[in-house]
Design a protein around this ligand. Structure first.
Ligand SMILES: C[S@@+](CC[C@H](N)C(=O)[O-])C[C@H]1O[C@@H](n2cnc3c(N)ncnc32)[C@H](O)[C@@H]1O
Length: 254
């Protein structure tokens, strides 16, 4: 892989693993939670054939992009809503499958969010979501945090669903049963070279939070440190980091 980096490229090694895990069946009505630019929603819509897929995201910009990409691909069985999954007024029992690629870790109220998602699923409907394991198991996070020298992580927490015991308790409380965790260790791609990787990582909320309180000289030194750290992960195929995620499976109780 040597191409430009975006979120789909970063997660390229997760594509096939997640499609197998979603196991979208023809006719399925699929909900994609925190769908971002909608790559996984579009994949689900294609696999669902006569079924359909709805992508939901709080970001209006993401939803606009998702709609444009679906239009460009001529997909007729996909739709997107700009809404908060914690509160969105889903029709009850209206989905067979809820999926998410790293889109469920940012809920202020996860109990409310997953209860709302459970209500949207038919009894026995499946939830399959990818969430990051803890930061210390993710080389990208360890490396970036060390380079940023930011002891106090701020901003949205991508590791909020890293602890299986906590996730199981939340999901059971929300009406899910049969909660299982599959360990996935696939690397993430940060770009063809260290400069591209630095541009990509500068967009992360942890990076901007760490830089915003620094004076210009300290910010420049931090970025140099970050670029050097990224350069250490340059391979013949671009900049890659080890990563670890859980694929969480659950069923809405009957
Ligand atoms: C890391 S991105 C993943 C995007 C997408 N799943 C993908 O793989 O391309 C997380 C997404 O979750 C969305 N999100 C965060 N909180 C949300 C909420 N309460 N309801 C819906 N979407 C939310 C964000 O706007 C963001 O697009």
């Amino acid at each position: 892989m040597q191409g430009p980096v975006d979120y789909d490229a970063e997660l390229t090694r997760y594509g096939a693993v997640l499609r197998r895990a979603w196991d979208v069946r023809p006719g399925d009505r699929v909900l994609d939670i925190g769908c971002g630019g909608g790559r996984t929603t579009r994949d689900a819509a294609r696999a669902a054939h006569a079924g359909r897929a709805l992508g939901l995201d709080v970001s209006a910009r993401a939803v606009e992009r998702a709609r444009a990409l679906a239009r460009a691909e001529g997909l007729g069985n996909v739709a997107f809503e700009c809404a908060d999954a914690q509160r969105y007024d889903f029709a009850y029992d209206s989905f067979d499958l809820a999926i998410s690629r790293f889109g469920t870790m940012f809920f202020a109220d996860p109990a409310a969010a997953f209860a709302n998602i459970a209500r949207a699923l038919r009894p026995g409907g499946r939830l399959v979501m990818a969430v990051w394991q803890s930061g210390d198991r993710n080389e990208w996070d360890v490396t970036i945090r060390r380079a940023l020298g930011d002891p106090q992580p701020r901003g949205p927490d991508p590791f909020s669903l890293a602890d299986p015991a906590v996730v199981e308790e939340i999901l059971r409380g929300a009406g899910f049963a049969g909660v299982t965790f599959t360990d996935v260790g696939e690397p993430v791609y940060y770009g063809p070279d260290p400069d591209a990787a630095l541009d990509w990582v500068r967009g992360f909320s942890c990076t901007s939070a760490a830089l915003q309180n620094l004076d210009p000289a300290a910010a420049a030194a931090t970025l140099d440190r970050l670029r050097d750290a990224l350069a250490e992960h340059l391979t013949a195929d671009g900049v890659w980091f080890d990563a670890r995620a859980w694929i969480v499976h659950a069923n809405r109780g009957r």
